[in-house]
Design a protein. Structure first.
Lengths: 238, 96
């Protein structure tokens, strides 16, 4: 008997947009999506947590700043401290940075333009819940859609990131070359996603949840959700 | 007592300021060709009820540190905007 499908909680904040797509991506890849509400400090016993994209609190103050103090964030922090897998996508990534669960911050794209297109990502490490089935150097195609996706960090944070290998994804060419031309938003060192030191918390600006259905474009997001679900089944904590 | 403060939040030096750059780049079209170093920040005004100005100020500093500014990318300054809240504010006008 295989155990029941992994339960993946998807948190909805006021202004979240991609919570339904994240729920659908989880289900498409064989998991059970569990809808969570930002104001209820209860993760309902889920095996993993996704903070989806959107414009929580209208992006007022700074993207993710208000949501970073939402009641459920204390639960997410405790879950992360126990080694539970946490994935922040786009606005979810911004929220995790604002909450201090991930290093760095996201600011306005260097071009000042909102960008919506498919990009290529080079996987930098398999030591995360969403890349455990991938190998470093693999290239995935997924869409981005953001106005504030330029990753920045303090010099101290950048040296930590380098030393501990915290970069999970970099914007690259289809062949995996990390070039300036492949960098859509001016992110430092082409960083598209990072993890925490323990490895169980991951955030990225691109949208894997929009890239699981071949009828709708690239499918580079499948491997991330497959990794997340198989990790839960294998009892991995990150 | 109600004390009024203004908090100025600015991007840390050395960080790219695309908003400031965009404003600067638009100035020559208006005839201003002698302007440089344009930076865009945020201005927050708030009234705090507290026994003393020092306590109110300490609270504002904490608010700025924990919410109004992100220390990774921003610096802030707290300015005092007068001992009394603006008398034109509705809350002040409503009290006898």
């Amino acid at each position: 008997m295989s155990r029941a499908a992994p339960r993946v909680g998807v948190i909805t904040f006021p202004g979240s947009l991609d919570d339904r797509d994240a729920m659908r991506a989880v289900a498409t890849m064989g998991g059970e999506g569990v809808s969570l509400w930002h104001a209820e400090p209860d993760l309902r016993g889920v095996d993993a947590v996704v903070l989806p994209g959107g414009f929580s609190y209208g992006d007022y103050l700074r993207c993710g700043a208000i949501a970073g103090h939402a009641p459920i964030l204390d639960e997410v922090r405790a879950f992360a401290d126990r080694g539970g897998p946490v994935l922040g996508i786009c606005n979810g990534f911004q929220i995790l940075c604002e909450a201090g669960l991930l290093p760095g911050a996201l600011i306005r794209n260097a071009s000042l333009r909102f960008i919506c297109r498919d990009v290529f990502l080079r996987v930098e490490t398999s030591q995360t819940p969403v890349t455990r089935e991938l190998v470093a150097g693999e290239v995935l195609e997924v869409p981005i859609k953001h106005g504030e996706g330029q990753y920045v960090a303090t010099p101290e944070q950048l040296s930590d990131i380098d030393r501990q290998g915290l970069v999970v994804f970099r914007y690259s060419t289809e062949g995996g070359e990390v070039t300036e031309a492949a960098n859509p938003n001016g992110s430092i060192h082409n960083i598209a996603g990072v993890r925490n030191a323990a490895g169980n918390v991951v955030g990225l600006m691109p949208h894997p949840e929009h890239a699981v259905d071949p009828d709708l474009g690239p499918t580079g997001g499948q491997a991330l959700f497959a990794s997340l679900l198989s990790g839960v089944l294998a009892g991995a904590t990150g | 007592m109600s004390f009024s403060f203004e908090v100025l939040v600015t991007l840390r030096p050395g960080l790219a300021d695309p908003q400031g750059k965009a404003v600067e780049a638009s100035l020559p079209a208006l005839g201003f060709t002698n302007v440089s170093g344009v930076h865009v920040g945020r201005h927050v005004r708030l009234d705090v009820d507290a026994p003393t100005r020092d306590e109110a100020r300490a609270e504002v500093e904490e608010i700025a540190r924990r919410l109004l500014a992100n220390p990774v990318i921003e610096d802030f300054r707290v300015l005092e905007a007068g001992a009394e809240a603006d008398p034109r504010s509705p809350r002040e006008a409503a009290s006898p």
